[in-house]
Design a protein around this ligand. Sequence first.
Ligand code: BTN
Length: 305
Amino acid sequence: MDETRLAILDRLDAGTASGPELAASCGVTRAAIWKHVQSLRDAGFEISVDDEGYRLVETPEYGAAAVILGLDAPYEVRYVERTESTNEVARSLAETGADEVVVLADTQTAGRGRLGRAWSSASGGIYLSVLVRPTLPPGEVSVLTLLAAVAVAQAIEERGGAPTIKWPNDVRLEGKKVSGILTEMEGEADRVSWVIVGIGINANVDSEDLPPGGTSLRSELETDVDRASLVRDVLERFYALQADPRGGLEDWRSRSDTIGRTVRISTHDSDICGEAIDVTYPGHLRVETDSGMVDVHTGDCEYLR
Ligand code: BTN
């Protein structure tokens, strides 16, 4: 969003402000303030004006403007009401050179999950993709997926839930999946060009409308969540966690419901069975099998006990 508009919103968020005061603090004319206020109204902000000045009456419920207001992370947010997949939109942006952009949608018509599965994407859920260009080596990019799961789990905790994480990235409430993450990347053997971390959260949808094994925040918390605030929280946490990925892995471990379980991991060429004993950087599952210790990089995890 335009910097002056953001400054106006920030100021109005704190209370009523006169035209001259806004003009002085933003370094523009009063006429320019009026035009910016009009643009903000067009974007869904209800701003009244009387003798005392401008007053922010209501912010839009969801969308880029709602998320960006007060967002403490350097992402540009783009909102589309309906799209096939936010990961696809983010990919097109990546191809034009974009960086630190978040694509957010109310509905996806072809939401994609891991391992070629579909992701149920009805209106009311949260569907977002974060496009980043990290300095991590390609072999370490998987840590971003785990950090995203931690960010989602922490944001749910903040709203009263007690989520756990199933390796690698299913966030669960009462053993049912409430959020999943699909990370895609492009790069060369030794250099990452871009990474898209696609996050789906079953927020204000009914669990009966989700595939078996799924649940929603609405069903588990017995209330609807403020989606804009939840998105903001997830983005801020995800951004902050990247400053210390190894520390973030500790946050992952402490929420894991995989470590200590007997698991079967289906990989592209075999099944690995044993006890999950740890997750090692950048996110490999260490499994104690009958034939020794194996660090699994990727796969579908099933709990046997
Ligand atoms: C999983 O299978 O657990 C991953 C689900 C990822 C879904 C999200 S929703 C936003 C982004 N766009 C997609 O098409 N998929 C991801």
